[in-house]
Design a protein around this ligand. Structure first.
Ligand code: G16
Ligand code: MG
Length: 224
C-alpha cells in the first residue's frame, strides 16, 4: 500500500516551469538563440548547467564558450530567475496542492521533495509549505540527475520507505523516466499526449484532481 508521496517542484507544486522558461528565453536571446515551448519540454527537470549545454548545442555555438563563460551564463540565467521568484507568494501554489498535502499529513503518508532545483528550499518557504516535507533532497548531493532514478530513490531512502510503496508526481519527461527507473508508481501532471508518451501510470490534467482516495484506488489496482 501507499506509504509516501514524492513531489517534483517546478511544474507540479507551482508554475516555476514557466518562469524557468522565461529566464532561459531571456538568456538565450542575449546570445542569439531562440527557444520555443516544444524545445523547453526537454529542459524540464534537467539541471541548470545541463540545460545550458542543451541550449548552446541547439544553437550550434557550444564550442564558442569556455567553461568559465558557461558558468557565467548559467549564473546570469539564475539571476533572472531569482528576480522572478521575488514575486512568489502562497497564492502561486497550484490548485488543490495545499489541501492534498494536508490530507496526506492527516493520513500519515510521508511527503518528500525530489526537485533538481537548487532554489527549491526558498520556493517552499515562499509558498509557506516547508513544514509538510519530511525530506527535501539536495540535488547537489545527487551524482546523476533526472532521468536517472537517483533523486527519487534518495528521497524514498531518507523517508525509510520502499520505492514500491511510493508515488512520484512529475510534469517532465525526464522526471517521469526517473520515477519509472526508481520502480515507483508515477503520476504525470500535464498534457495527456506528452505525459502518456513519457510513460506516466496515471495522467492528470490538473493538480486539482489529486486526492488520496483517487491515489489509493489507482495504486492498489496497479500493485495487484
Ligand atoms: C527544475 C526545473 C529545471 C531546472 C532545474 C534546476 O527541476 O524543472 O528546468 O533547470 O530545476 O533549477 P535551478 O536552476 O533552480 O537549480 P524540477 O526537478 O523541480 O522540475
Ligand atoms: Mg518539474
Amino acid at each position: 500500500n501507499l506509504k509516501a508521496v514524492i513531489f517534483d517542484l517546478d511544474g507540479v507544486i507551482t508554475d516555476t516551469a514557466e518562469w524557468h522558461f522565461l529566464a532561459w528565453s531571456e538568456l538565450a536571446k542575449s546570445i542569439g538563440i531562440h527557444i520555443n515551448k516544444e524545445f523547453n519540454e526537454e529542459l524540464k527537470g534537467i539541471s541548470r548547467m545541463e540545460s545550458l549545454e542543451r541550449i548552446l548545442d541547439m544553437g550550434g555555438i557550444a564550442h564558442t564558450f569556455t567553461e568559465k563563460e558557461k558558468v557565467e551564463l548559467a549564473q546570469r540565467k539564475n539571476k533572472y530567475y531569482v528576480q522572478l521568484l521575488t514575486q512568489m507568494t502562497p497564492e502561486n501554489i497550484f490548485p488543490g496542492i495545499r489541501k492534498f498535502l494536508e490530507e496526506l499529513k492527516k493520513n500519515h503518508i510521508k511527503i518528500g521533495l525530489a526537485s533538481a532545483s537548487k532554489n527549491a528550499p526558498s520556493i517552499l518557504d515562499a509558498l509557506q509549505i516547508t513544514e509538510f516535507f519530511q525530506v527535501v533532497v539536495d540535488p547537489e548531493k545527487i551524482a546523476k540527475g533526472k532521468p536517472a532514478p537517483d533523486i527519487f530513490l534518495s528521497a524514498a531512502e531518507k523517508l525509510l520507505v520502499n520505492p514500491r510503496n511510493c508515488v512520484g508526481i512529475e510534469d517532465s519527461i525526464a522526471g517521469l523516466q526517473s520515477i519509472r527507473y526508481a520502480g515507483m508508481f508515477s503520476i504525470g501532471v500535464g498534457t495527456l499526449d506528452i505525459m502518456k508518451e513519457a510513460g506516466a501510470n496515471l495522467v492528470l490534467e490538473s493538480t486539482a484532481e489529486l486526492t488520496l482516495e483517487r491515489l489509493n484506488g489507482m495504486f492498489n489496482i496497479h500493485a495487484s
